[in-house]
Design a binder for this molecule. Structure first.
Ligand code: ADP
Ligand code: ZN
Length: 524
């Protein structure tokens, strides 16, 4: 096996050094390159900044012909092409930002075999496919931001769905799909939608241990500004981002910071394109300390010394949250993230969801975000388990770890719950599971025969809300997986199985009845 790859490895390394100036591949990159070179479809999940581009750029150079890269944004294409050309690699983009004859020339160059990489939008690719015989010069399709193809993803783009014809029309041209955010369900969906054949899947760790995680419930307005000011003071020569839910929120936070003498700017989709470019440039090149922005800010930001990210409002889902905090600390140095959590935000986000195309899915995602904010277990474990990655120890770099609630050995409680899940054939959700454990005699339980399983009623002594908290923690720790594309049914994960078999113990946080639901508090 290894000898087969020897030649590819050698040539790939040579290209890496010569054209990109790096000495070694990062974990996973070479495996992906080998997979593509053996003609296999490939799915690569790597966090932003993980080094996805090289994974198809090097195969593009190793292959005869040209790699077509599908990308959703012109700005991403432009950056990539400029970078490649600067390194002496023939690459070009076809898009609506270019003049018609420019596009024709670019395509022509590619057809004649003078280009190694050709960037286009999905709709453009489909258009061109009708006009020219792609198979004559294309060696590889790279689908960037591949989660855009899935309705389960957070950035669904209908144009991407059309890409399902690539494998039908060109079964022999390998496809590599790349994304920085995809939970298991989205991941599976990408494979189905693109019709990838027995793909090689590489999942890089999504852990960013240099980012500290902190959630602050119900801070008042002055406390928020106070915390942001302290962050700026701590890193006066670096910069940070304050994410706000609304343009108005971004404007007013920015005004507050300016009043305090900080070099802060604002960024949202309400600005003219010119103003937006200007803001982005000032942030990237200037000595701006803070940008107060909506989610419109960030795509394509590649600034290494972002030392902190504050969420002035709760993000709408964990994918967005992960992306947004991930803009800090790209250089690997310690960086801080703080999320201000309030019930008012939950209500606002809920109202958006009711108007969104997919209210059930989005409500579920919002719920997971809310649970993260209310977590009694290590936040990094919650975050990673959301992306189906198991962290089997507390991180020591989140507010829960630094200020832990009372813990107890929850192994037996966990085994009770997981065993009940298994005995129902993994067909129940959270409420039903709790009812089974507590020996409820409601009709559905009797009808389905759940009163006859061995763990029925074993948890009678704990109240419903307490069980709910513990099962919630089991989900957050990644012992149970709650599948939102399967009616939120609970499944025991491999990590959960190891607890069930007695190979691993589990610490749970002692449940204390909820504090009364506070509105945004006025104090401090
Ligand atoms: P992604 O597309 O995953 O967000 P990029 O492909 O833009 O990430 O890569 C992020 C940065 O890491 C780039 O500056 C890239 O040049 C750099 N990089 C990629 N691979 C390597 C490597 N093997 N060694 C060092 N730096 C690398
Ligand atoms: Zn932690």
């Amino acid at each position: 096996m290894d000898t087969v790859y020897k030649d590819i490895d050698r040539r790939a390394h040579a290209l890496l050094r010569r054209f990109f100036g790096y000495d070694s591949f990062r974990p996973g990159q070479l495996d992906i390159i080998r997979s593509i070179m053996s003609g296999r479809d490939t799915l690569a999940l790597m966090p932003t900044g993980g080094g996805k581009s090289i994974c198809y750029q090097i195969p593009a150079m190793l292959h005869e012909g040209c790699c077509i890269v599908v990308s959703p944004l012109i700005s991403l294409m432009t950056d990539q092409v400029a970078g490649l050309n600067a390194n002496g690699i023939p690459a070009t983009a076809v898009n609506s930002g270019n003049a018609g004859n420019e596009n024709r020339r670019a395509l022509d160059e590619a057809v004649r075999g003078h280009m190694k990489l050709l960037y286009m939008s999905p709709e453009r690719l489909l258009q061109e496919m009708e006009r020219i015989d792609i198979s004559r010069f294309v060696s590889l399709f790279a689908i960037d931001e591949a989660h855009c193809i899935s309705q389960w993803g957070h950035d669904f783009r209908p144009e991407y769905s059309e890409l399902n014809i690539l494998k039908e029309r060109f079964p022999d041209i390998p496809v590599i799909a790349l994304t920085a955010t995809a939970d298991r369900i989205t991941r599976d969906d990408i494979i189905t939608q693109l019709k990838l054949k027995n793909p090689f899947i590489h999942i890089a760790s999504f852990d960013r241990p240099n980012l500290s995680l902190k959630v602050l419930p119900n801070p008042g307005k002055s406390k928020r500004i106070g915390i942001i000011s302290k962050l700026i003071d701590r890193y006066p020569d670096d910069s940070g981002i304050v994410y706000c839910l609304s343009r108005k929120g971004a404007e007013s936070t920015n005004a507050e910071l300016n009043l305090r003498g900080y070099r802060s700017i604002v960024y949202h989709a309400g600005l003219t394109p010119k103003k937006r470019d200007e803001a982005q440039r000032m942030f990237s090149d200037g000595d701006i300390q803070a940008v107060c922005a909506t989610v419109a800010f960030g795509m394509g930001i590649d600034k290494s010394n972002i030392r902190w990210v504050v969420h002035n409002n709760m993000p709408r889902n964990m994918e967005n949250y992960y992306q947004e905090i991930g803009r800090a600390g790209r250089d690997g140095m310690p960086s801080e993230t703080v999320l201000f959590y309030s019930y008012a935000d939950v209500a606002t986000l809920q109202s958006f969801i009711n108007e969104s195309g997919q209210p059930v899915l989005n409500a579920e995602k919002l719920n997971r975000m809310k649970e993260y904010c209310e977590s009694a277990v290590c936040r990094r474990r919650v975050l990673l388990s959301y992306f189906n990655e198991t962290l089997d120890h507390d991180c020591g770099n989140c507010d829960v770890c630094l200020n832990p609630p009372e813990r107890f050995d929850g192994t037996i409680i966990t085994q009770m719950a997981l065993s009940a899940v298994i005995r129902t054939g993994q067909q129940v959700g959270l409420t039903m599971l709790t009812d089974i454990l507590r020996g409820s005699a409601r009709a559905e339980i009797i009808e389905r025969g759940y009163d006859r399983i061995k763990t029925y009623g074993v948890g009678r002594r704990l109240p419903f809300s307490e069980w709910n908290s513990y099962i919630g923690q089991m989900i957050q720790l990644g012992l149970l997986d709650m599948a939102y594309n399967d009616h939120n049914r609970l499944k025991v994960t491999p990590y959960g199985m190891s607890v069930l078999k007695g190979a691993t113990t589990v610490m749970l946080s002692r449940y204390h009845p909820a504090k009364p639901a506070a509105k945004t508090s006025k104090k401090s």
